[in-house]
Design a protein around this ligand. Structure first.
Ligand SMILES: *Cc1c(COP(=O)(O)O)cnc(C)c1O
Length: 397
């Protein structure tokens, strides 16, 4: 069978892990290619024409990212990805707060980059409050308001949850942090270019994003850093030749940054149509799984979620066994932490999912390249595999 793009729709395996990473869009690759062998110079200092061309390419990408956020180009710092951006936001700001005890608030469903970074900072001078979430994985704005103390300097929250897909409403939280004079950092790695956030209407001060979650290259990302009302000062984590206004030294990754700018511009252009299409495919699969599999639950908020993201818990099934039973589907297990540690992930624990459901949790990440035929194929495979793994007597209902 031939799909709409002229390729075989039953090609195997089917990639359904777009929240772990996305392929580089061919248009993005094309934009990057001249910056490897032709415009390869170090963009700093601007001593010659080669350097100036590379510099122009960097500044174009900076304007592209800034424009999407409604920010000033000076407010964009290029990094090696969202992990570094998150670390720079948290560590960089904390080290500038100066003497005295500092309090930071976050939630229990953050990415490891946030939680591990704050674990490392926690100590005599840094106190961290990790707020619980509801069963959809959302932190209540009122919980933030009541956790803020006189020494609270920052709140750091994920916008779109990579594990269970739920979106955090940022504006009501931003209104609180702004009013209380506390900085707000957003991990928008899953939502940048898809779900608009604006520094003024949503009142955030720092925002992390990554190339490889938006069909751009790996190893490149950015941090938005507010420059006025208030001006956010960061102590660098990487010292050197004072690149990025001293906030992140190191020769800039010119092709990567060009790719990030191109990927972001393309993603914004595609977003309205793509979001609707992905939502349609996700709901199609969700409905079919609910109808075809007894004792199956959809995790996360049913509507306020990442468009192509489906997280399901299947009672009495081991996610690892299910993945092994569908070798043609590239999906991920929700039950194990990063680095394969046993036990339910911190996110599944935080939403209070019982262990017998958590061990049977899988994530399907539908993306730009997936067709409806692929989704139907994957759905049928999953339903068959689950039925074969479940002894008949364990079926409920
Ligand atoms: C992928 C991801 C990160 C880490 O991004 P990298 O660019 O891979 O370092 C951080 N937060 C969220 C929500 C993510 O999905």
């Amino acid at each position: 069978m031939i799909g709409p793009e002229g390729r075989t729709v039953t090609r195997q395996p089917i990639y359904l892990d777009h929240h772990a990473s996305t392929p580089v869009d061919p248009f993005v690759l094309e934009a990057m290619l001249p910056y490897f062998c032709e415009t390869f110079a170090n963009p700093q200092p601007l001593g010659h024409a080669f350097a100036r061309q590379a510099h122009h390419a960097i500044e174009k990408a900076r304007r592209q990212i800034a424009a999407i956020l409604g920010a000033h180009p000076e407010e964009i710092v290029f990094t090696s990805g969202a992990t570094e951006s998150i670390n720079l936001a948290l560590q960089g700001a904390l080290r500038r707060f100066g003497a005295g005890r500092v309090h930071i608030i976050t939630s229990a469903v953050e990415h490891a980059a946030t939680l591990r970074c704050l674990d490392a900072l926690r100590g005599d001078l840094v106190d961290v409050t990790v707020l619980g979430v509801d069963d959809a994985g959302r932190v209540a704005p009122e919980a933030i308001a009541s956790a803020i103390r006189p020494d609270t300097r920052m709140v750091s929250l994920i916008h779109g949850n990579n594990e269970i897909g739920t979106l955090t409403p940022i504006a009501p939280i931003g209104a609180i942090t702004r009013q209380r004079g506390v900085l707000l950092h957003i991990d928008a790695t899953q939502t940048f270019c898809r779900i608009p956030l604006h520094p003024d209407t949503d009142c955030f001060d720092l925002l992390s994003l990554s190339g490889h979650k938006i069909y751009g290259p790996k190893g490149v990302g950015a941090l938005y850093v507010r420059r006025r009302n208030p001006r956010v000062a960061l102590e660098p984590m990487v010292y050197g030749g004072e690149h990025e206004r001293g906030r992140r030294s190191g020769t800039l990754n010119v092709p990567g940054i060009v790719g990030l700018g191109a990927a972001a511009t393309l993603a914004v252009e595609k977003a309205p149509e793509e979001r609707q299409r992905l939502r349609g495919l996700r709901e199609r699969m969700a409905e079919a799984l609910l109808a075809g599999v007894p004792a199956l639950r959809i995790l996360g908020d049913r509507t306020q979620r990442l468009d192509g993201h489906l997280s399901v818990a299947i009672q009495g099934i081991q996610a690892g066994a299910l993945m092994a039973a569908v070798p043609n589907l590239a999906i991920s297990a929700g039950a194990t932490c990063a680095a394969g540690k046993p036990g339910p992930s911190h996110v599944l624990q935080a939403i209070g999912l019982e262990p017998e459901w958590a061990t049977g949790t899988i994530r399907v990440g539908i993306g730009r390249g997936n067709t409806q035929a692929e989704i139907d194929h994957a759905t049928t495979d999953l339903i068959q595999a689950i039925a074969s793994l479940r002894p008949a007597h364990t079926l409920l209902g």
